[in-house]
Design a binder for this molecule. Sequence first.
Ligand code: SF4
Ligand code: SF4
Length: 335
Amino acid sequence: MGYFLTREAFDGVVAELGKRFRIFAPVRKKGAGRFTDTDVILYDTVRSGSEIVLDAKSDYAFKEALTPLSEVLFYFTEANTQAASFDDRPILIFARACDMHALQRMDQIYLCNGPEDPFYRRRRELVHFALIGCSESFPNCFCVSMGTNVAPEGWLFSVDSAPDGCACTVPDAGCAPLFAAAAAREIDAAPCHVTENKVRVCVPETVPAAVRTHSLWDEYTVRCINCGRCNFVCPTCTCWSMQDISYTDNGNVGERRRVAASCMVDGFTDVAGGGQYRRKNGERMRFKVLHKIYDHRQRFGNDMCVGCGRCDDICPEYISYSNIINKVYDAAREG
Ligand code: SF4
Ligand code: SF4
């Protein structure tokens, strides 16, 4: 059972939820796209349902609501450290099915890959989700191939854009009265999901060692400009590095920040003595791709990539990650 809400009623529900949660949702930033007069859709705090983009894929993922691009962890002086203040209000994030799967990947990395990350854990405890249904497949999506087109459980309510309003399902008992009171009528509803994408990939079950030195990677040494944009839009890229910012000349007073990192940019694999493990862009591409469709599965049993296609959408060199997966599949069959 579900509810049909007019747009105004949905606005009211979101405004009411805003009293309980900080709400993050995809919003359209007019004229802020990469070309003149183009928009970008990214996550920001919202106060009204009308701000939320329900009918287009966001260019950036929700992950910054959980793992900010730059976060001060603590301040230090010569003898002491003090934890940075932390906004502990509950968070509600509007996300699509693929992103709900991406959340599972983030949990695997931050909570199940050795000791738990306490900074992730403390914010993760505060986060709740609302599911945005997908009535159609967007450009470059390949969620069906990756098995992420149907959302896992764990969301409070779902919302699908409908003519003149929104169709919602509300499994959460705490939210149900709010929707029931705002609804124009009860409906038989379930969150929409796609069953087909134009883009399809075949993920190899195993990747022979020969694929790691295959010539297919050379193309990306030439084409990729190691800008790192594919990492920053990806909901499952979780790498970060530490920065100590000194306030004083002696370096003994300052702050430690965690900042997002990219395996595609210069410096990521620098080591003492001027060494660098992956100098060529093709080597970096190989690492990224195999990490997402092979290495992660060896450790956790599922692929890291959830097929959102955002990396294909954003790449300034029109490099298609889904094409690369299919090339790896072909190379793996060659043995
Ligand atoms: S966005 Fe494209 S060009 Fe930039 S690092 Fe990723 S693959 Fe390379
Ligand atoms: S690798 Fe590309 S398609 Fe896969 S989850 Fe990341 S951004 Fe989405």
